[in-house]
Design a protein around this ligand. Structure first.
Ligand code: PHE
Length: 384
């Protein structure tokens, strides 16, 4: 075959493949769900996945979004930086997603946000509360990153005011993991608000996430004899520390943040403790009651009874609805336009009405819950 004919055939082949490429009609739209399904806090991942999938099912039952079928892409991002970065790169580069729901944990969402912004993919973290999730180091907002929850400067302040006002605490002891962005940030916010309100921090001790024996730092708590102990970590750490505190005879109440929310929280060990959270299933608003009903119909416990959605499932549901509503409002599968639509959206979520401030943070109320007699009891709602 002469060189010329060969070139001609090659050109025709390229043109033909380009034409079929243009003719292929888009029928699907992918949404990635990146959550810790394995590792230290698997209930966070399961709840997040289940909440997001329920929202996608409901949209698909109504015809999808923009007439496209919504296809979830679920990846295990393990609540930590490296797996989260790998998962984000995989869904963007291999699955070609334009939209990410995730991560749960701030230490995973922060590095993930750098990738989303570099690659122009819209990210909504349902539950990451550290201020830096949506902000660059210079304080400017990350254009492609949003969240569906309040932030820790607010959550820590709510905790401190409750400790001062409702528990009548004057002396607090803080235990925290220096290496966890969420835990450190919340500890700092609590300390600032507690001292500003006239309280005194009588001790502050750190540990690392691999620790299992907390006797040395708990001995210091006993010695300082505080009115309460602030421990803003995830449930796996709460279970260990509160059990060991009870063994040591420490009676001062423990308090923490949303990280306590898990079906695997040891309610006996944490009995008498309080935590701030995003929602309570005892909320009587009809939207909450419908949500409980629908979630319980779809998801069952091993014994066949209905599962009750926690804050993670609820916020993942809200975050996914927000993303899909923004795509619908933008009218096109284009992250550039969707991020702008999202910034101006108002959404009536199960966890409350969501509108974004200039830092892509919703302004929302917090609830205070108490672990008491094997139950999680609603105590109060605190508006910003
Ligand atoms: N707020 C936590 C974080 O930023 C995550 C979390 C939210 C955990 C809600 C439990 C419940 O890391």
């Amino acid at each position: 075959m002469s060189k010329r004919i060969f070139t001609l055939i090659a050109l025709l082949a390229i043109a033909a493949s380009m034409m079929t490429g243009c003719q292929q009609k888009q029928t699907e739209i992918k949404i990635a769900i990146l959550a810790p399904l394995s590792g230290a806090v698997p209930t966070f991942g399961e709840s997040t996945r289940d909440g997001a999938l329920l929202a996608i099912d409901e949209w698909n039952a109504k015809g999808g979004v923009l007439g496209l079928k919504i296809v979830p892409v679920v990846e295990d991002s393990q609540c930590s930086a490296d797996p989260a970065v790998n998962a984000a790169n995989k869904v963007i580069d291999v699955d070609k997603v334009h939209y990410i729901i995730g991560e749960v944990c701030s230490s995973a969402s922060i590095p993930m946000s750098l990738i989303a912004n570099e690659k122009h993919v819209v990210q909504i973290s349902p539950t990451s509360t550290n201020a830096q999730v949506t902000l660059n180091a210079d304080g400017s907002v990350k254009p492609y990153t949003f969240r569906a929850c309040f932030i820790d400067p607010f959550q820590g302040t709510v905790g401190a005011k409750f400790a001062l006002g409702n528990l009548g605490a004057k002396k607090a002891f803080i235990l925290f993991d220096q290496g966890n962005d969420y835990v450190r940030g919340l500890a700092e916010a609590f300390e600032a608000a507690f001292t500003a309100g006239g309280g005194e921090i009588v001790g502050k001790e750190t540990y690392v996430k691999e620790d299992t024996d907390f006797s040395a730092i708990l001995a210091k708590v006993s010695e300082a004899n505080p009115d309460m102990v602030y421990l803003p970590d995830y449930y796996n750490i709460i279970n260990l520390v509160t059990a060991q505190a009870k063994e040591k005879g420490i009676t001062a109440p423990f308090m923490g943040g949303d990280g306590w929310d898990s079906t695997d929280l040891d309610r006996a060990a944490a009995d008498g403790g309080y935590f701030t959270n995003h929602y309570s299933e005892q909320d009587t608003r009809p939207i909450v009651q419908d949500w409980l009903q629908n979630y319980g119909e779809k998801y069952k416990k091993a014994d066949g009874t209905a599962k009750v959605p926690d804050a993670l499932a609820t916020l993942a549901y809200d975050a996914t609805n927000l993303m899909l509503a923004a795509i619908e409002k933008a009218g096109v599968d284009d992250p550039e336009k969707v991020k702008d639509a999202l910034a101006g959206l108002t959404w009536e979520g199960v966890s409350g009405r969501i509108t974004f401030d200039q830092n892509h943070n919703p302004i929302k109320a917090a609830v205070i819950l108490q672990v008491k007699d094997g139950e999680i009891k609603y105590v109060a709602t605190v508006a910003p």
